[in-house]
Design a protein around this ligand. Structure first.
Ligand SMILES: [Zn+2]
Length: 372
């Protein structure tokens, strides 16, 4: 009898578990977010890019476009930060209109905190406001090499400088306004310089607290106007314990910030070589998470399968946090479009165009299989 009761209770637990985990009525919503992330085109590339939205993104049901704008916009609030030949308001509106027509949500990105220089070139923010530099004593080299004695990957701004947010917030507000955005991507990846000894404000402070403080400051500013904050996830992963290293995870102790930042920050979890299972980690911490491949088609296919499996085999609470996939492109928009339209031949078979096609082919296959 005991055995029968035990069996009955086992069956009922199983039914209960199946009920809770069952992929109930996805209605084509297998992955809520099907994304694409790329640098905003320069002025001359806008027409081509609008065509790509129509014939590259829309037919694949891409519904989210992260556009890395940075200083490629003619900011009215801060003309000193504009790139030369930056996008005009009219050009941005052409992109906005094409996305609106195709039900694509645009999320503009300006790299905040880290990535304030690239190779031997200082970024526009620190060029105009050198006082915001976290490491003013580190000079930009004439010929950049990695590794280097300064540990210079990219410059950071000092998150505790009393004036930095006056500038940053005006930039955020203007870019969200012109893109008619309800979410903003702040980058915040690969922050190597943070809490540096030479900074009179940050020296000796906990790097995780500094990182979390900056996330919270930006999040709170956005939340006041109903805007979501999206960031890259690498600083929130322990690079040593996971073996993921100092690029796609953190070697400078910022990873504890995962328990210090608001749960409504959306995490873009990039992994380009292996389909790490980190979305589960972020989801279990309460965050919405997106997996972001780049140029490895085989890995991207596995990542898409994982994302669907996470959604179909999780509790209702967890399922809603596994939001989908974002194809990430790190070349300029022009270079990607040249490859996509066959005007440029890629030497490597692992490249963003092939990855994009493989990822969206697999997403379609998975959606068809699950909705049949
Ligand atoms: Zn500082």
């Amino acid at each position: 009898m005991k055995k029968i009761l035990f069996l009955i209770s086992l069956i009922s637990i199983q039914i209960n578990a199946q009920d809770k985990a069952a992929p109930t009525n996805f209605q084509g919503n297998v992955l809520p977010i099907k994304g694409f992330c790329i640098a905003a085109p320069r002025s001359a590339g806008v027409t081509d890019f609008v065509n790509f939205i129509e014939d590259g993104l829309a037919p694949r049901s891409v519904n989210t476009l992260i556009l890395r704008v940075d200083w490629n916009y003619r900011y009215k609030s801060h003309p000193e930060l504009r790139d030369s030949g930056a996008l005009s308001k009219g050009e941005v509106k052409k992109i906005v209109a094409a996305c609106k027509k195709n039900n694509i949500r645009i999320i503009p990105q300006v790299n905040l905190l880290g990535h304030q220089s690239w190779a031997g070139r200082i970024g526009n923010l620190l060029k105009a406001y050198p006082q915001f530099d976290e490491t003013p004593a580190v000079m930009m080299p004439e010929k950049y090499v990695w590794p280097n004695p300064d540990g210079l990957y990219c410059k950071s701004y000092c998150p505790l400088h009393p004036e930095v947010h006056n500038v940053v917030f005006e930039v955020i507000d203007e870019i969200c306004d012109v893109f008619e955005a309800d979410a903003f991507h702040a980058g915040m990846d690969e922050v190597f310089y943070i809490g540096e000894k030479q900074c009179p404000r940050c020296s000796g402070k906990d790097k995780a607290e500094l990182f979390a403080g900056e996330v919270r400051t930006i999040r709170d500013h956005l939340a006041a106007s109903g805007c979501e904050l999206w960031i890259w996830g690498d600083r929130l992963i322990d690079g040593k314990t996971t073996g993921m290293g100092e690029w796609e995870a953190s070697f400078n102790n910022t990873y504890r910030a995962i328990d210090m930042i608001p749960k409504d920050v959306v995490i873009c979890d990039w992994h380009y070589e292996l389909p790490h299972k980190t979305p589960v980690y972020f989801a279990m911490k309460g965050f919405k998470v997106l997996t972001c491949p780049y140029r490895n088609p085989a890995s991207a296919v596995l990542q898409a399968q994982d994302m669907v499996r996470f959604r179909t085999s999780s509790s209702r609470e967890m399922r809603e946090r596994f939001q989908g996939m974002i194809q990430t492109v790190w070349s300029g928009a022009e270079q990607f479009m040249d490859s996509y339209y066959g005007r440029r031949i890629e030497k490597e078979t692992n490249n963003p165009v092939e990855c994009f096609k493989a990822l969206y082919g697999e997403i379609k296959r998975l959606e068809d299989a699950i909705t049949e």
